[in-house]
Design a protein around this ligand. Structure first.
Ligand SMILES: NC(=O)c1ccc[n+]([C@@H]2O[C@H](COP(=O)([O-])OP(=O)(O)OC[C@H]3O[C@@H](n4cnc5c(N)ncnc54)[C@H](OP(=O)(O)O)[C@@H]3O)[C@@H](O)[C@H]2O)c1
Length: 256
């Protein structure tokens, strides 16, 4: 596979880093020159990663093209490029539909949407792929989990879950701030929280048949401290508001 990237930013960098960290890293990569610092940095770190003279040179020299520019510039960037019918276009642009990408990259016949997460750099996390594609499932499967979906509505719904990462870290930051205010050293508090939540993250895997609420109840001993916080946040409708925010993100994804 000759893999080209249009847009060399945070996500392209994470994918290339993940791919080139594999024992079998035989994929040849050609990067578009923007962002220059990231592109030259990757090319200097890894063999078989090169920087093209311009975006069109990426298309002319590759069979699989990952689109990794921001949605705001996508129309402008893609409408200037000449795609071939045999290009496999893989769009990572979260908010543009497969139909919009297909229109912008015609006459390319094969258009796939993929939604990885930055942890792909370390071979972790999951990539959603629409529609199912054995080649992309194999590639992203080497870099974590690949989840192939047939239905764009399901892809859009799954995409909503990716909007919750920042909130998760704010949750951890709230605990961190509270611990610091109560005399725990910054580093110790961070280490303790990181270790606790790493262990909690494994709970669904160790009990594959347990629903999340079942796990919540397991930790919420009647009359205990976990039950107190869960009950108070539930009474304050924190989780209802959170679900409403998920609805809001979903509406935004459907409108774009
Ligand atoms: N980051 C994530 O976690 C994540 C997850 C899922 C999906 N995505 C999607 O992936 C896409 C890229 O996200 P990102 O976080 O990697 O964004 P980013 O870091 O801003 O990268 C976008 C890159 O595109 C470059 N660019 C701008 N104009 C260009 C042009 N005319 N030709 C070629 N490249 C150009 C930018 O270069 P300059 O720096 O020089 O402007 C930048 O390096 C977005 O559409 C986003 O929706 C991101």
């Amino acid at each position: 596979m000759k893999l080209g990237f249009i847009g060399t930013g945070a996500l392209a960098s994470a994918i290339v880093t993940g791919l080139k960290s594999l024992a079998d890293n035989s994929v040849t990569v050609l990067l578009s020159p923007r962002n220059a610092e990231i592109a030259t940095g990757l090319a200097s770190r890894y063999p078989d990663v090169h920087v093209a003279a311009d975006n069109q040179a990426v298309l002319d020299n590759c069979d699989t093209i990952m689109l990794a520019v921001r949605p705001q510039v996508a129309h402008d960037v893609l409408s200037k490029l000449r795609f071939r019918p045999d290009h496999h276009v893989v769009s990572l642009i979260a908010t543009l539909s497969r139909e919009e990408i297909a229109a912008l990259t015609a006459p390319a016949e094969k258009v796939t949407k993929a939604l990885p997460m930055p942890m792909i750099a370390y071979g972790q996390g999951a990539t959603i792929i629409l529609p199912p594609d054995p080649g992309m499932a194999a590639l992203f499967g080497k870099l974590g989990k690949a989840i192939e979906v047939e239905d764009s509505a399901e892809f859009d719904a799954l995409s909503v879950a990716t909007a919750t990462y920042a909130t998760y870290f704010k949750y951890l930051d709230t605990i961190h701030g509270w611990l610091k205010d109560h005399g725990v050293g910054e580093a110790r508090a961070r280490d303790y929280i990181a270790t606790l939540f790493k262990a909690l993250a494994h709970a669904p895997e160790t009990a594959p048949d347990a629903g999340f609420m079942h796990l919540a109840e397991e930790y919420a001993t009647r009359g205990g401290l976990n039950e107190q916080i869960l009950r108070e946040l539930t009474d304050h409708r924190v989780f209802d508001h959170f679900a409403q925010s998920l609805d809001g993100v979903h509406r935004r994804i459907l409108k774009s």
